[in-house]
Design a protein around this ligand. Structure first.
Ligand SMILES: Cc1cc2nc3c(=O)[nH]c(=O)nc-3n(C[C@H](O)[C@H](O)[C@H](O)COP(=O)(O)OP(=O)(O)OC[C@H]3O[C@@H](n4cnc5c(N)ncnc54)[C@H](O)[C@@H]3O)c2cc1C
Length: 406
């Protein structure tokens, strides 16, 4: 394998999430040798719902991931429910333009991982602690978090695919506070041990109140997952108490009622719980020399845009294309990659802010608009008008567009 500026080379990929695996797959396709390091001692499984939009499916296909995936959205109804047990037909995730495929985060992670050939160098419990570069390569000190040993290795390219609170970003670009933008909402996601007693296993439900919401996502072949959202004035304080206490306080003091009550009870014993603040990442540039950030570490659009997975795969796919197109000049390939990708990501970031009202209305007027939309969807003329308006919206169109084809 040629080294830097002879074409293909050796790349360090930090993070074995969907961005990291997709990037490694693409690097292999264009003749590079990836080395993947992951902080966790083992791979993550299961997890929360994710929607894969039309624009994410072509890169997933080119990476060899799509053939291992199914749309797991069952053919049930979507209801808007309240604490008293009332229900009306409502707007579900599957009603969004772009006909998203629904699945668990772990489905995509597993599909991507199984597409990786055996023999790829993957090191768990390993983190970068120092990154220094010159014109021809990058020296990275890697620490094993189990035995405490460290070693420094040289790479032709370093890819930070290490998520919202990226270590690569803080080592090369600066501290988190400079790049993280809090939306002042918390997201809590977990799998239920069984369907809710008031709901058919194939049905979706949403409970909307000002500044808090509960979503139930049904899945073909497994128990539903839940997503709770709530507003907070003090994100740091949310992490000072057990999640169960914070969530019960946020959804109180009113009696929970049957469905929310079952969801809150299930939180007490939930495995694989996601409890995190909703934040976007904004950087003026995603690359510096031979170091590049991809996925949430670079542009986290938030769950409200629903494009984190799709853009992780588009970003990985396009990165390989640009490295192949500019084999003699890695920094130039990275600049071209960002030039092609950034406009769409800026649209998705704005969409992430706007779509928050769909997931969790903040005020009684936002809630009223959301309920009006739901009511309108039940009237055929209004419904087709709303659909037309939404498909004309730039973000709606881009969600179906293959942005990796530049
Ligand atoms: C509740 C929820 C719902 C979502 N819904 C959707 C959706 O509907 N559609 C959609 O497209 N996206 C959705 N997303 C976003 C999507 O899950 C992410 O954007 C996507 O998984 C890409 O993540 P990533 O690989 O960039 O980062 P991550 O998944 O965070 O992976 C980063 C990896 O890096 C590792 N790591 C971290 N630090 C280090 C270190 N120092 N050294 C080594 N390894 C490290 C981590 O352990 C992890 O394995 C949702 C997110 C949430 C939270």
């Amino acid at each position: 394998m040629a080294n830097s500026d002879g074409g293909e080379g050796r790349a360090l990929v930090v993070g074995l999430g969907i961005s990291g695996i997709a990037t490694a797959l693409r690097l292999l396709q264009v003749g590079w040798t990836p080395v993947i390091v992951e902080r966790a001692p083992a791979r993550r499984t299961g997890g929360y719902f994710v929607a894969l939009f039309g624009g994410g499916r072509p890169p997933a296909e080119r990476l060899g991931i799509l053939e291992r995936l199914d749309n797991r959205l069952p053919r049930g109804a979507s209801y808007e429910i309240d604490r008293a047990g009332n229900r009306k037909v409502g707007l579900g995730y599957g009603d969004l333009p772009g006909s998203p495929w629904m699945m668990l985060r772990g489905d995509i992670e597993e599909a991507a991982f199984s597409a990786l050939p055996s023999g790829v160098d993957i090191r768990h419990s390993t983190v970068p602690t120092r990154i220094e570069q010159d014109a021809t390569g990058v020296d990275v000190t890697l620490a094993n978090t189990v035995d405490g040993t460290t070693a420094t290795e040289r790479f032709d390219l370093v890819i930070g695919a290490d998520g919202l609170r990226s270590t690569v970003r803080s080592l090369v670009f600066g501290p988190h506070e400079r790049y993280l933008h809090r939306l002042n909402y918390m997201a809590v996601a977990y799998q239920l041990p069984r369907p809710l007693s008031d709901l058919h296993p194939d049905d979706a439900a949403v409970l909307l109140e000002p500044k808090r919401s509960m979503w139930i996502f049904p899945f073909a072949g497994s128990d539903p997952t839940v997503l709770l959202n709530y507003h907070t004035r003090d994100v740091d304080a949310e992490f000072t108490q057990p999640p169960v206490e914070r969530v019960r306080a946020a959804f109180g003091p009113e009696p929970a009622g049957r469905s929310l009550g079952e969801v809150l009870d299930a939180l007490e014993t939930a495995d694989d719980l996601l409890f995190d603040s909703v934040e976007q990442v904004h950087l003026d540039t995603w690359h510096r020399g031979r170091v590049v950030l991809v996925g949430d570490s670079a542009w986290c659009v938030t769950l409200y845009a629903g494009m984190g997975v799709s853009t992780a795969m588009s970003g990985a796919d396009l990165l390989g294309t640009m490295l192949q197109r500019h084999p003699q000049d890695v920094p130039h390939a990275l600049a071209e990659w960002e030039r092609a990708l950034r406009p769409a990501l800026e649209v998705f970031q704005r969409n992430g802010i706007q779509q928050r009202t769909f997931f969790v209305p903040a005020t009684t007027s936002e809630l009223a608009v959301r309920k009006l939309m739901t009511a309108g969807m039940r009237v055929p003329v209004v419904s087709s008008l709303l659909q037309q308006l939404r498909t004309r919206d730039k973000a709606g169109r881009l969600k179906d567009h293959d942005i990796a084809l530049a």
